[in-house]
Design a protein around this ligand. Structure first.
Ligand code: ADP
Ligand code: MG
Length: 214
């Protein structure tokens, strides 16, 4: 069981996220076609293609430059809200990993918290507004709680993935207050938010990717 996250583990986590998204991209676009413009799956596919390209091209060893390159590549994805928000997540995680090439569980939780803070600086959406925030906030909170309770990295990521899945599932009952889906008002109730679903899939991939290494 690894006690720290090195570049190999992070690479597996990132590729794990890409694999989950690729598998489910049609469902993501279907969800987005209810209240949005139906492009979320294809936008996420492009984001994950950029992520993998960035991993392959990343020359600099170390987590900080790796996550910087990945974040920068995702920022460049056109198609609305997703690229800037998800790109910022990884860029802000990168900044938090200054001087930490093999973060321990607490440092990893801090990096995810910094990533969330970066995203929250870009949007006023709160938990309950039916956006990706509804999955990201509980995921990061669960990560922190389990790390503080002594969980190892894989177990903490598993709990984060479970919390993200629950958070995404809970968006089904909510009315969208941000993004395109807010335009259809109460008709958005009954469909899970696509962005929250993507975040949930990505955390599942982080967990699965970290687990294969364990
Ligand atoms: P767009 O809506 O621009 O076409 P996508 O379809 O790729 O972008 O992504 C839609 C998802 O982005 C939504 O389901 C929601 O989770 C998220 N989202 C949209 N706007 C915001 C926002 N202002 N703050 C947080 N998340 C948002
Ligand atoms: Mg869309």
């Amino acid at each position: 069981m690894p006690e720290t996250i090195d570049c190999n583990t992070m690479t597996r986590m990132l590729r794990g996220a890409a694999a989950e998204i690729r598998e489910q991209h049609e469902m993501l676009s279907r969800l987005d076609s209810v209240g949005g413009d139906g492009d979320h799956g294809t936008t996420m596919l492009r984001a994950m293609a950029n992520l993998e390209k960035a991993i392959d091209a990343s020359a600099a060893p170390g987590l900080k430059p790796l996550l910087y390159d990945v974040g920068w590549a995702i920022l460049g994805v056109d198609g609305g809200a997703t690229g800037p928000l998800l790109g910022t997540l990884f860029m802000s995680m990168s900044e938090a990993l200054e001087g930490k090439d093999a973060p321990n569980p607490a440092e990893m939780a801090a990096a995810f918290e910094a990533g969330l803070a970066g995203v929250q600086a870009q949007t006023k959406a709160q938990v309950g507004d039916k956006t990706m925030i509804d999955a990201l906030v509980p995921a990061v909170a669960a990560l922190r709680t389990s790390v503080n309770g002594g969980s190892d990295i894989v177990d903490a990521l598993r709990r984060a993935a479970e919390a993200a899945e629950q958070g995404a599932a809970a968006t089904r009952e909510l009315q969208a207050r941000f993004g395109r889906a807010r335009n259809i008002k109460e008709k958005s109730i009954g469909t899970q938010d696509p962005g929250a679903t993507s975040v949930s899939l990505m955390f599942k991939g982080f967990w699965k990717g970290a687990e294969t290494h364990a």
